[in-house]
Design a protein around this ligand. Structure first.
Ligand code: ATP
Length: 244
């Protein structure tokens, strides 16, 4: 298995009824890596994450063909089974439970973790990465700022002790300083051993974090390669980095 038994997507095609969202996409996230997926609105980035996380069928009859392997064996198309395999998605739009407290949100992320020592370790890790979540533990999540909600959303996912995070536009809509902080923390999370599949419209942020990147255009992989090479390519600079 390529990619040291990380995530391996082969010939993935997805339709929503008559709408073709992805066509024969291949993508690898080696274990321990950050891999970025770039692309304009509607290119199919979120669909790719849904196909991995097993949530596609909840979206107007999304149907996939192709294969998704993780850790050397097929990943079932069921959200609970995917989470149980250690692959956890942080959805776009910071979907925290707004009426619940920060602490309750974090506990919800740990529901599937039976090993109490692992759950305690995950909590410690989250509160060290995001000290503000400890300060706000008893506040309603809906009262947090956008950046803090993104921290909570990532923190909740980390409570499930993932070996891979699927991040959908984690810096979208955040002020530049907060976006930079979130990006730096994603780097830290990866340095601690968690693989990351990062979907981003902000190509500069994504290419700075990732070792490899893929550019999706209208559902197909238009370009892929080492992030440094893509960052230097004229086409990427012109179309995604606003340079040249
Ligand atoms: P964005 O950045 O806007 O989220 P994206 O790159 O994540 O864009 P997708 O959301 O995956 O792109 O959408 C890919 C294509 O699939 C688009 O043509 C979109 O209109 C279509 N699509 C996405 N979700 C659905 C759905 N639930 N039903 C029908 N079509 C959908």
């Amino acid at each position: 298995m390529a990619g040291e038994a990380g995530l391996e997507i082969r010939d993935l095609s997805v339709r929503y009824g008559p709408v073709r969202a992805l066509r024969e996409v291949g993508l690898t996230v080696p274990r321990g890596a950050v891999v970025a997926v770039l692309g304009a609105n509607g290119a199919g980035k979120t669909t790719l994450l849904r196909a991995v996380s097993g949530t596609l069928r909840f979206h107007r009859g999304g149907v996939a063909s192709g294969s998704v392997f993780f850790g050397g064996s097929p990943l079932p198309a069921s959200p609970a089974a995917v989470v149980a395999r250690g692959v956890i998605q942080v959805p776009e739009g910071r979907r925290v439970f707004g009426r619940m407290t920060v602490a309750e949100n974090l506990r919800a992320g740990a529901l599937g973790v039976r090993d109490r020592a692992a759950a305690a370790g995950a909590r410690e890790r989250v509160l060290t990465l995001f000290p503000v979540l400890a300060e706000r533990a008893h506040q309603r999540a809906g009262l947090l700022s956008g950046g803090e909600q993104q921290m909570l959303s990532i923190g909740r996912a980390l409570m499930g002790c993932p070996s891979m995070l699927l991040l959908d536009e984690p810096t979208l809509g955040l002020a530049p300083m907060m976006a930079a902080r979130i990006a730096a923390t994603i780097g830290e999370i990866n340095a601690q051993g968690t693989s990351v599949l990062l979907v981003e419209q902000n190509a500069a942020t994504a290419l700075a974090l990732a070792s490899h990147a893929y550019v999706l255009e209208v559902g197909e992989v238009a370009l892929s390669g080492p992030a440094a090479e893509l960052a230097a390519s004229d086409e990427v600079r012109r179309r995604y980095l606003g340079v040249g």
